[in-house]
Design a protein around this ligand. Structure first.
Ligand SMILES: Cc1cc2nc3c(=O)[nH]c(=O)nc-3n(C[C@H](O)[C@H](O)[C@H](O)COP(=O)(O)O)c2cc1C
Length: 206
């Protein structure tokens, strides 16, 4: 299959208009199981080290969601001490656990066998899971569904909520999916002047 300029333009548009969506932007509208399936299937098409496909997805129920939210709230409070020089941090909305429609916890399934490509770079399995997450993020955006990544969480606590054995799985991400009021044209943290966008020249070793 060969792509044309229009395809590239569409891909670029999806990449540049993908946003991290938080509770201030999710709306109360259900995601159909068909659309959820499209998002999950996109994860399965991600590249993975040695084609190991080491991802596992856990669709969170309401009771677990509540527990994760309570844990987030405590963790967020504790994290504030790391940003006392940046008072804006205290007022940021950094999750959409309860406002979003579907929450998915993403795990890396540890492999006891040797994996092609993972001999010297052990974390390539985890990188593969992150590739799957980006596929989900972009596919959701193409469906006009927002996704927010929540990482102000302690993996140990999250494993406890889901009764997951850390010897078998490693917690990678907590994702919130839902329809949105809008997609900002630029990252919210840029809008709020938390950070600026880097220029390409600043990202290249010279
Ligand atoms: C690994 C990872 C962890 C993140 N954790 C959080 C988080 O805990 N809370 C949050 O509000 N955003 C989180 N984000 C979203 C980033 O803040 C966001 O991607 C960044 O500000 C750029 O904005 P954009 O995604 O809308 O372009 C996370 C993103 C990544 C890739």
């Amino acid at each position: 299959m060969k792509f044309n300029k229009k395809d590239l333009n569409t891909l670029t548009k999806i990449i540049t208009s993908r946003r991290d969506v938080r509770g201030n932007n999710f709306i109360n509208k259900k995601i159909s199981s068909k659309k959820l399936d499209i998002i999950l299937q996109s994860a399965l098409n991600a590249p993975s080290v040695g084609y190991s496909q080491p991802w596992k997805f856990l669709i969170v129920n309401k009771e677990e969601q509540e527990l994760v939210y309570n844990h987030f709230s405590k963790s967020f409070e504790k994290s504030k001490k790391n940003f006392i020089d940046k008072p804006l941090y205290n007022n940021l909305k950094l999750e959409g656990i309860k406002e979003s429609d579907i929450n998915i916890a993403v795990y890396y399934k540890k492999n006891k066998d040797n994996v092609l490509g993972q001999t010297y770079m052990k974390r390539t399995g985890e990188y593969s899971v992150v590739c799957a997450i980006l596929n989900m993020w972009l596919t959701a955006r193409a469906l006009n569904i927002g996704m927010g990544w929540v990482s102000i969480l302690k993996p140990k606590k999250i494993n406890k909520i889901f009764d997951i054995d850390k010897n078998e799985y490693k917690f990678i991400a907590y994702l919130c999916f839902g329809y949105t009021k809008e997609f900002y044209d630029e990252p919210e943290l840029k809008k709020l002047k938390w950070n600026n966008k880097k220029k390409l020249k600043d990202c290249l070793f010279t």
